[in-house]
Design a protein around this ligand. Structure first.
Ligand code: PEP
Ligand code: MG
Length: 325
């Protein structure tokens, strides 16, 4: 019965003038899958696989990861499920992985950096599970996303890891498929390389939690610099614009899965900046969907241009009709 409730077909939304925007949910635990479907999310825009590694003593097996991901796919039989490969390091610690002890963990070995190096084995196990899940009856919707990309070489290496896992599975006679592949844009390097990333990948997803931290040089967890860690600073708005514009001339779609995506007061700005997909915590899905239905794309673009002309956060807030601070 639970599975039936979760499989209810969500109502897709478009702007008032007919531009479709995908509204998806961020999922950080198994328990968040069903509520995401119940709130009407079109799919999952960020499936945080880290949760599969927490509260245990050894990494999850390929079979466990396959089960978890196919459960998510089954909850969204017609939707997309964007699975992020393991993103540990920085704020996300897993004791048994023996992550390096670093004086600047946010500038250290995190995300894809670990997957391509000391945790290559975990990366390959995870890719095996994901490529097998892509051959599941609802596997067509799966997409795989690499976190903390900052170099084209990382994308090349990650894509060749996918190809080599596919070749292994083929040699073993195991059912599999190659999913859509994408990168998170959450470093300034990825913003500057967004045109090239978009040429090589199927999609980009902007992670404003980290992107704001790195653009503004302000720790996402330090209350002392909370005023700096705000995606409405003009530099961050411009970084989002640059990313969306860079992808606009390619076949890649661009989404956002940072906290910013879930604030209905910012939806018009994000639509105006050209995002195709917004992924957020499930509770905000209905409000953001409602907001999208009211938006006129041309007015949204004009609002984005106005925000892009601002010099200060206060001016951006004012342009959006938000109060000063
Ligand atoms: C982000 O950085 O914006 C993001 C979505 O990833 P996380 O918050 O998990 O680092
Ligand atoms: Mg991040």
């Amino acid at each position: 019965a639970d599975a039936d409730a979760a499989a209810a077909v969500p109502e897709r939304v478009s702007t008032a003038d007919g531009r479709p925007i995908e509204v998806a949910a961020n999922v950080g635990s198994e328990a968040e899958i069903a509520p995401a479907a119940e709130r009407g999310a079109d799919g999952i825009g960020l499936f945080r696989t880290e949760f599969l590694f927490y509260d245990r003593e050894t990494p999850p097996t390929e079979a466990e990861q396959y089960e978890a991901v196919t459960a998510a796919l089954s909850a969204f039989p017609d939707g997309r499920v964007v699975v992020r490969t393991l993103d540990v390091g920085g704020d996300k610690q897993v004791p048994y992985l023996d992550l390096p002890d670093e004086s600047n963990p946010f500038l250290g070995r995190r995300g894809i950096r670990l997957s391509l190096d000391e945790h290559r084995d975990l990366f390959e196990t995870q890719l095996r599970a994901l490529l097998r899940a892509a051959a599941h009856e609802h596997g067509e919707g799966i997409a795989v996303m690499f976190p903390l990309v900052s170099r084209i070489e990382e994308v090349e290496a990650a894509v060749s890891a996918v190809e080599s896992v596919a070749a292994d599975l083929a040699a073993e006679g195991i059912d599999h498929a190659v999913p859509e592949l994408g990168a998170m844009v959450e470093t300034p390097a990825a913003v500057f390389l967004a045109d090239r990333l978009a040429e090589r990948l199927d999609f980009l997803s902007i992670g404003t939690n980290d992107l704001t931290q790195y653009v503004m040089a302000a720790d996402r967890e330090n209350d002392g610099v909370a005023a700096y860690h705000d995606p409405l600073h003009p530099a961050v708005v411009r970084a989002i614009d640059r990313t969306a514009s860079a992808a606009a001339g390619t076949d890649a779609w661009v989404g956002m899965c940072g906290e910013m995506a879930g604030d209905p007061a910012l939806t018009e700005l994000l639509v105006g900046l050209g995002l195709d997909e917004l992924s957020m915590s499930a509770v905000t899905v209905p409000a953001v969907k409602q907001r999208i239905r009211e938006i006129d794309s041309d007015a949204a673009r004009a609002l984005a241009d106005e925000a892009l002309a601002c010099e200060t956060r206060a001016e951006v807030r004012d342009a959006l009709g938000l109060d000063g601070e």
